[in-house]
Write a protein that binds this ligand. Structure first.
Ligand SMILES: [Fe+2]
Ligand SMILES: [Fe+2]
Length: 201
């Protein structure tokens, strides 16, 4: 295992349940469609931070680069879907991101710190899920997921650094509060399978 992945495992409050891996393998088309949505959403979140915090040059640079990478991932997922005859379409939103965002403070600078922490957690979980799934996938998808997990590990670090910077000091306590919420969202039974859902069925 790479050091980056080890760091992600140490950071997250739990591993992906085995039941979710079974769900994913039984719903590979849906996995790809929702994955495409996640990449697009990741780019859009980075862009909205760039609109809101125009005076933070470190944030502007990191988010601009991140948005480009996420859109590139989006295009790569679409290409795989095209090859496999899976068509892109709307999906109902997962409970995961909304569940994390409901704890975000309303006023800045707390709001920015929290949004960045949520970003770090989502990137870390994505990385952990790509790694957990890869051994069970066909070679093509496994190679793709193994390549993605490296950039998501880097995005996790970027978000966390920006959060510490925005907070003007350590964010461990706040991170712990969000991770407690995250653990519930990952482990509690979910009604619909999604890339970041809990186990279904
Ligand atoms: Fe991505
Ligand atoms: Fe990412």
């Amino acid at each position: 295992m790479t050091d980056a992945l080890q760091e992600i495992h140490d950071f997250l409050p739990c591993r992906t349940p085995e039941k979710w891996i079974e769900n994913a393998l039984a719903n590979q088309d849906l996995l790809l469609i929702d994955h495409a949505h996640c990449e697009k959403k990741a780019a859009s979140t980075a862009l909205s931070l760039m609109y809101r915090y125009v005076d933070n040059s470190d944030l502007l640079n990191k988010m601009s680069r991140l948005a480009r990478e996420e859109l590139r991932h989006f295009e790569q997922v679409l290409a795989i879907m095209n090859k496999r005859g899976v068509s892109y379409g709307h999906l109902t939103p997962a409970r995961y991101a909304a569940g994390l965002r409901q704890a975000v403070r309303a006023e800045d600078p707390g709001r920015l710190v929290d949004v960045l922490i949520v970003g770090a957690i989502i990137e870390a979980r994505s990385c952990e899920r790509f790694a957990a799934l890869a051994p069970f996938l066909d070679d093509k998808l496994a190679d793709f997921y193994n390549s993605l997990l490296k950039s998501e590990a880097r995005h996790y670090q970027d978000y966390l650094k920006l959060a510490v910077q925005a907070n003007g000091g350590p964010v461990d306590e706040r991170v712990g509060e969000f991770l407690a919420i995250e653990k519930g969202l990952i482990e509690a039974p979910d009604s619909e399978f999604r890339f970041h859902s809990g186990p279904v069925g």
